[in-house]
Write a protein of this length. Structure first.
Length: 718
């Protein structure tokens, strides 16, 4: 709860040098409150979208003499302003500033509304075997994440040294270089059906400071430090992003504005992270955000969109600090109470009901549909059935949530929004200075004993102000709130026909974890080098409209390779995917779902938990399909028979065995070497006769490769 009145009085007395009981004290006491303390934002407005580059506006390339700088939080699709657009010989070179400041990662690439992938040479792989080059050799994309000291695009410098010198690094700017090769005239409309492609990317945007991961803060655990940007991590938590924006962009002092009320900020951030069960039995964080803004946007506009993403409530505490809440019901027993037996109450006013002629009784919910290339999406219509019945008709308004990317989250927010703007009871209470303690409180309990309507109800203060400086009178304006506004049952979710637009809706697919895995086979990569492919059994149910990507690490997760699309997906009661060849049997893997499809561009879930051979004890069955040691050979110099070979490419192999047989098939073999780790064996004193020689590999579990004959295959000892 917010600071009590006594704390504020003590602060004013100390800071301004007045003594309690004087007229000057009372006047300044009131004036300071007026100047610093009653600002409240309840995210009631639906006009916060003004000037925010939402939806398609966020990923349109622009050419401006003085471009707008853009920043973003969460996961977004974004493009930006051209820093270079020029041509040399048959190639065009375009450098685009994507984001002001360092970002976490680039997750996907778009050309126009095609989602594209790159090969190992940074060439765009044609999405349909014709656009952008049938041979995947027309378009290249390079990117930079916006490090403080960046690396110049050497490709642009080599072609255009006077326009783009090596010093044009773009320090602190996440950027993209697009190189397009001009095809023969008769191929141009095939390779570039929409002309020069407009690039954009899906990115995980800013890294942010999370005080909950700072062990120097109360309750914190971790190595985050507010003055060390290298310690920050990416987050889409609305409260964490809000604090970061207020401090890093607006210039608020963390120690003065946030730290004094850190427990409120931590509680609100934890509310956002809470897992919410969805109708399909999957779950998601209660609140997350993703949004783009111009650096020139008014802070109130950016803050409003952040608060709307979590049904948030932000207020000053009366001492220059800020208190924040995320949209969740609070225990009435823990609330500040306005009690007419303890507080001086001079009057009150309330009205019941809602003017059906003046207010919306339904809201068309508009959000950013990540599964449809981050276009504006329809999350359904939230209906207040009681008000619709009273009015006899639907009066629909529009609720814009451009920083919300999940239609289920948007629907939960719409219910709380409806409860605020269509509260069935609203009014105000006027009383003494003790009412100031309501400042910074999202919910307050009223106990006005001589008015049954105001006795025992919970209200949300929308404004706390001093209305009489001399006598010290305070007015708190409020709307009634109930627990039901913050509760959401499965049958309240609005069904949306996402199939009609080719999408499945953001986060309607669960994060895939690897339940189990098995060795599929080995693939020969080069002579003597083999890599394993695996079948991964995922936690997700099989869906024909969902694909999967995996990434892998051979150093325990320090670095990752990928993402790579799985070769196939099958149904065995859950989703099974097949990987490509893995370079090491110490590999660990992570998977994520890709959904939404079409040229609108897919959305992806977060990466699931790690699994695979390197995540625990693993001894693969080398199997009959695998190859054994490479090029075994033999020589004989009486009395020594020497067999040599090249080691197999399997890291898990623990040794080799040399066998003899009496015939040309591997029947009734005799092990003449035992298990050895060397790649040669000398056998002395063999009896006269003809011997066929074989070598095979073995692992710790005793699984063996196919036996590989020597060349020549046999030897006759006289």
């Amino acid at each position: 709860m917010g600071d009590p009145i006594s704390a504020f009085a003590a602060w004013v007395t100390q800071a301004l040098g007045f003594t309690a009981g004087t007229a000057a004290y009372a006047a300044v006491y009131a004036a300071v409150y007026v100047a610093t303390a009653y600002t409240v934002s309840t995210a009631l407005s639906s006009v916060g979208r003004k000037d925010i580059p939402a939806g398609e506006a966020a990923y349109q390339t622009t050419k401006q003499p003085i471009p707008e700088r853009m920043r973003a939080f969460g996961r977004v699709r974004i493009s930006g302003s051209y820093m270079l657009y020029a041509a040399k010989d048959t190639d065009s070179y375009d450098v685009i500033a994507l984001h002001d400041g360092e970002i976490e990662s680039i997750e996907a690439y778009y050309l126009n509304d095609f989602v594209v992938t790159l090969n190992g040479s940074n060439f765009v792989i044609s999405p349909d075997d014709k656009t952008f080059g049938v041979n995947d050799d027309r378009v290249r994309i390079y990117t930079r994440l916006g490090l403080a000291t960046e690396t110049s695009y050497s490709q642009a410098t080599a072609a255009l040294p006077s326009l783009w010198p090596a010093t044009a690094r773009g320090d602190g700017i996440a950027s993209l270089l697009l190189i397009c090769q001009n095809p023969p005239l008769d191929k141009f409309s095939i390779d570039y059906p929409q002309g020069l492609p407009a690039p954009s990317v899906e990115m995980k945007a800013r890294k942010v400071y999370d005080w909950r991961r700072d062990d120097t803060r109360d309750g914190g655990v971790g190595d985050h430090r507010i003055d060390d940007a290298d310690s920050w991590e990416w987050s889409d938590n609305p409260i964490v992003c809000l604090a970061h924006y207020l401090v890093q962009d607006v210039g608020k002092n963390f120690e003065r504005v946030i730290n004094p009320n850190l427990r409120f900020w931590s509680t609100a951030a934890n509310v956002c992270d809470e897992s919410v069960m969805l109708p399909d039995l999957s779950s998601q964080a209660r609140y997350a955000l993703g949004g783009v803004y111009y650096v020139s946007n008014a802070p109130s506009v950016v803050v409003d969109n952040m608060l709307k993403a979590c049904s948030g409530y932000l207020a000053e505490d009366g001492r220059g600090g800020l208190i924040v809440y995320a949209g969740k019901w609070l225990n009435p027993e823990d609330l500040v109470e306005i009690d007419d037996t303890l507080d001086i109450i001079d009057g009150y006013y309330f009205e019941r009901g809602v003017d059906a002629e003046a207010d919306s009784n339904a809201f068309d919910i508009v959000y950013t549909h990540a599964a449809e290339a981050y276009k504006e999406g329809d999350a359904g219509r939230w209906r207040n059935e009681a008000l619709i019945s009273e009015a006899g008709e639907v009066r629909a308004g529009r609720l814009d949530l451009p920083w919300v990317q999940n239609h289920w989250q948007a629907q939960r927010i719409a219910k709380i929004h409806d409860a605020k703007v269509n509260a069935r009871l609203r009014g105000y209470v006027v009383g003494g200075l003790s009412l100031i303690r309501c400042m910074g409180e999202m919910l307050v309990k009223l106990k006005i004993s001589d008015c049954a309507a105001l006795d025992g109800i919970v209200v949300m203060p929308t404004r706390v102000e001093i209305v009489d400086l001399i006598s010290g009178k305070v007015r708190m304006t409020f709307v009634e709130m109930t627990e039901d506004a913050f509760a959401f049952e499965d049958d309240e979710y609005i069904e949306i026909d996402t199939a009609a637009s080719g999408g499945t809706g953001t986060n309607t697919v669960g994060v895939p974890n690897i339940n189990d895995y098995e060795l599929l086979d080995y693939v020969q990569i080069s002579p003597g080098v083999y890599q394993a492919r695996y079948t991964l059994h995922l936690s997700n149910a099989y869906r024909s409209d969902v694909a999967y990507q995996y990434q892998y690490s051979t150093d325990g997760g320090a670095t990752w390779s990928g993402p790579v699309y799985a070769g196939s997906t099958s149904d065995s009661g859950h989703a099974d995917i097949v990987t490509g060849p893995m370079p090491s049997e110490a590999v660990i893997l992570q998977c994520r779902a890709v959904f939404g499809g079409g040229y609108g561009g897919p959305a992806t879930t977060e990466w699931g938990s790690s699994g695979g051979p390197g995540s625990g004890a693993f001894v693969p069955d080398i199997g009959a399909e695998a190859f054994g040691p490479v090029a075994p050979g033999r020589t004989y110099s009486a009395p020594d028979l020497t067999v040599t070979w090249t080691a197999t490419g399997w890291p898990a192999v623990t040794g080799y065995r040399v066998f003899t047989t009496s015939g040309s098939s591997f029947t009734s073999p005799t092990d003449i070497s035992g298990l050895i780790t060397a790649t040669s064996h000398v056998e002395s004193g063999l009896a006269a006769g003809t011997y066929y020689l074989w070598v095979r590999a073995e692992n710790a579990a005793g699984f063996t490769s196919v036996p590989v004959p020597t060349s020549p295959a046999f030897i006759t000892i006289p």
